[in-house]
Design a protein around this ligand. Structure first.
Ligand code: ATP
Ligand code: MG
Length: 413
């Protein structure tokens, strides 16, 4: 007997229960594609003839969430290790007028539901009881041909939901498939319309592309079909320069990067401009993501110069919580530029032989100590604290008493 993952088993049980209640139920979309590719799906989606209220009744209100009941979508909550499975009524969708959700949905047959999906490889169903694939859109043939092809007329499909353009690039790149030429041409013609799609949806696709090992191809493909100038207009001048090749190489060389690290590698050529702020606002990134990208973009020079930095500056950089990503970024950048790795090796060596209490020691004095000494908070106060910390990190003072003596000397300067 085959062992299924808890979520997979839970999805099979859901199909079984819907069938016993007299409904048709099938696995749908991405999980069918992944199974045919021999991969474990990230999540399982079930499509059914049961209406949302019937799904809720069958599994109980406590075990279901009406995440998008008006669109036919109910989340069924499984045992702890199984997570949740989306159960959606077979449906056709109207236009996505607001770029987020279809204006209306109508319940329909499995075949019609298959045809409203984006790409042929994402349009198949699987019957886990009979172990049979239901393929109304020739998805299996495109999986074998390793091709991303819109279902039906690509212009029409993009017109309904412009995000599909970016999704086509994402699937082609991450699966390492070709983009069907007719689909690619439709995207080229309509690329500027991506602008109407909400930042959240664009960013979600962008994240999947940039953390994937095929991120370089994703960016090249997005560029080829005209989407880069919409998603990253700031990079327009760079894309025409030789530095672009270095950027692509740097991006490619990152090892399992976070989204922020990949973004920093992409935006690095613009480090002297306030670009991170523009991108952050346009793509609606979180403050935390923005801080991280900004810090990485802004501190590369520090690592390049590491052997020449003061001990204090070096320790500050290497003790920073984002430093591991900075090391990865500068390593990729130096290889991309055919530079030597001396500064990286210098830092790694320093980290290896410097215990944390030396790299980032407990401060001899804090703001509270300064207040106790009668100093008033303000810009001077801050610069004195920094000077004392520098002296500590530079090993110019070795005790709290020496630190306090230095506070007094600095304050009276
Ligand atoms: P992933 O593994 O990245 O989750 P996925 O194929 O499961 O890939 P989802 O975004 O989770 O992608 O969507 C699930 C399914 O819903 C898709 O396989 C596709 O059939 C359909 N779908 C999702 N987004 C769209 C869209 N914008 N237009 C048409 N169909 C879509
Ligand atoms: Mg999915």
């Amino acid at each position: 007997m085959t062992e299924f993952s808890p979520q997979h088993q839970f999805a099979i049980d859901i199909v079984g229960k819907l069938r016993s209640a007299g409904h048709e139920a099938l696995f749908a979309g991405g999980c069918v594609r992944d199974a045919l590719l021999g991969r474990e799906a990230k999540d399982y989606d079930v499509a059914t003839t049961a209406r949302p209220e019937e799904v809720r009744k069958l599994f109980g209100h406590k075990r279901t969430l009406a995440v998008g009941a008006s669109f036919g979508v109910i989340m069924v909550l499984g045992p702890k290790d199984a997570g949740q499975v989306e159960v959606a009524t077979f449906r056709t969708e109207g236009e996505y007028l607001d770029g987020r959700r279809p204006e209306s949905v109508e319940f329909c047959t499995p075949e019609e539901d298959a045809k409203r999906r984006d790409f042929t490889i994402n349009g198949m169903f699987y019957d886990p009881i009979e172990k049979r694939v239901l393929d109304f859109v020739s998805g299996a043939a495109d999986l074998t041909a390793r091709t991303i092809r819109a279902i039906g007329d690509p212009h029409e499909r993009v017109k309904e939901d412009k995000l599909r353009m970016l999704r086509a690039v994402r699937f082609a790149a991450t699966l390492d498939f070709a983009l069907d030429p007719t689909t690619a041409n439709a995207i080229r013609e309509m690329s500027s319309e991506l602008i109407v799609v909400s930042a959240e949806r664009i960013t979600q696709e962008l994240k999947k592309m940039l953390v994937d090992v095929h991120r370089r191809r994703a960016i090249e493909l997005a560029d080829d079909v005209g989407l880069m100038r919409i998603v990253f207009p700031e990079l327009d001048p760079i894309r025409r320069e030789s530095e672009w090749q270095v950027t692509l190489r740097r991006l490619e060389l990152l090892e399992r990067p976070s989204f922020e690290l990949a973004m920093a590698a992409l935006l690095k050529p613009l480090s002297d401009k306030p670009v991170v702020g523009y991108v952050w606002r346009r793509l609606k990134l979180s403050n935390d993501e923005c801080d991280r990208i900004r810090w990485l973009v802004g501190h590369q020079q520090d690592l390049d110069d590491a052997p020449r930095l003061s001990l204090a500056a070096l320790k500050r950089t290497l003790a920073h919580p984002y430093c591991a990503d900075l090391l990865k970024l500068v390593r990729a950048d130096r290889i991309a530029n055919s530079s030597n790795l001396e500064p990286i090796e210098f830092c790694e060596d320093f980290l290896a032989r410097t215990p944390i209490e030396v790299l980032d020691p407990i401060p001899f004095v804090t703001g509270d100590d300064l207040i106790a000494l009668g100093l008033k908070p303000g810009p001077r106060f801050k610069s004195v604290l920094v000077a004392i910390r520098d002296a500590q990190l530079n090993l110019q003072i070795a005790s709290r008493d020496e630190a306090i003596a230095l506070v007094k000397a600095e304050w009276n300067k």
